[in-house]
Design a protein around this ligand. Structure first.
Ligand code: PSU
Ligand code: MN
Length: 304
């Protein structure tokens, strides 16, 4: 086992006995949602995973250790510290290890640590992608490169239209990353299921996805999979309303010169404000929905 990895007893026991385990990220806790909803959601996600038969492994860097499986206190700490916590992507891991610091892991960093721990599936809300205006800003999330490199399947609610959905799909295609729609032909757009894009691969059952992941693992070439799961319609936001809020947030980010890793947290927080908190309610529900699907896939993978 890697010397910097620390797997909690519960997660270790589940892995050793080949029980289903799913990874959960922590940037969503520190930077993706306000306190205290972030802590409540993170704890509830762990409960949803268990209800659906999987052991949750929430992942973060604590004191320079790459932790798979956190205590309640650690989750509370990540949520309370919020944006003051370092947002840790692939490039930050060596620094945090060397200086024994803490970090909330993005999708990219969570995939790395999950893979080290032997966890093949991971649930989140949204992944990073190609940002709007990337043709001049070059802002492309390290999450996409990680999906091209590390064999972990990521369940998300598609891509938010704070991103350029078309360019994100093109990038995923170039990198050979399977993008799967669970019971949908249309790429879900996070808060809404209306989008102008198609998913390249449709899966009609959890078993089908489990078999695809196992086939990919057996092929043993680098790279993961992106599974897109539509938000339950009763929690979706009207496309026009959310797109209006997103446009406004993008304009503000541009005016204020927000750059680099601050872009995504800034946009998410502004969208919550501009929708009077409604986008947060949708966000929380879609995360639960993704955790449940990931847990069911993990269970189906353990079955054969
Ligand atoms: N999208 C969300 N909520 C989030 C994130 C994305 O709806 O919390 C986080 C994830 O951790 C993702 C990261 O990996 O933002 C991407 O950041 P960037 O765009 O800077 O790569
Ligand atoms: Mn970026």
């Amino acid at each position: 086992m890697n010397q910097f990895l620390e797997i909690s007893d519960q997660v270790k026991a589940a892995l050793d006995s080949k029980q289903p385990v799913i990874a959960l990220e922590s940037t969503i806790i520190s930077h993706g949602m306000p306190y205290p909803q972030n802590v409540e959601t993170a704890l509830a996600c762990e409960a949803v995973a268990r209800e659906h038969g999987a052991q949750p492994a929430t992942i973060a860097v604590i004191g320079g250790k790459l932790c798979a499986g956190l205590t309640r206190d650690q989750i509370e700490y990540l949520g309370k510290t919020g944006a003051a916590m370092r947002k840790a992507s692939r490039r930050d891991l060596p620094y945090l290890i060397a200086t024994k610091q803490d970090g909330a892991t993005t999708v990219a960093a969570t995939m790395i640590i999950a893979h080290m721990a032997g966890i093949g599936i991971f649930a989140t809300g949204g992944v990073g992608g190609v940002h709007r205006g990337a043709e001049t800003s070059m802002d492309i999330s390290a999450d996409l490169e990680e999906l091209a490199t590390t064999p972990v399947a990521v369940v998300c609610a598609g891509a938010k239209s704070i991103l350029d959905l078309g360019l994100t799909l093109e990038y995923l295609e170039t990198k050979g990353i399977p993008v799967v729609g669970y019971k949908t032909d249309v790429l879900p757009a996070f808060y809404t299921n209306e989008s102008d894009f198609k998913v390249p691969i449709r899966a009609n059952s959890v078993e089908e996805i489990a078999r695809m992941i196992q086939a990919q693992q057996a092929l043993a070439y680098p790279g993961g999979m992106l599974i897109t799961n539509p938000i339950p319609q009763q929690y979706a936001m009207p496309a026009q309303r959310i797109n209006h809020a997103i446009s406004q947030a993008l304009t503000e980010a541009d005016e204020q010169g927000v750059k680099g890793k601050d872009v995504t947290p800034f946009l998410l927080a502004r969208v919550v404000d501009l929708t009077g908190g409604d986008s947060l309610k949708s966000n929380i529900q879609l995360v639960f929905n993704n955790v449940a699907l990931a847990a069911r896939i993990a269970t189906a993978m353990a079955d054969y």
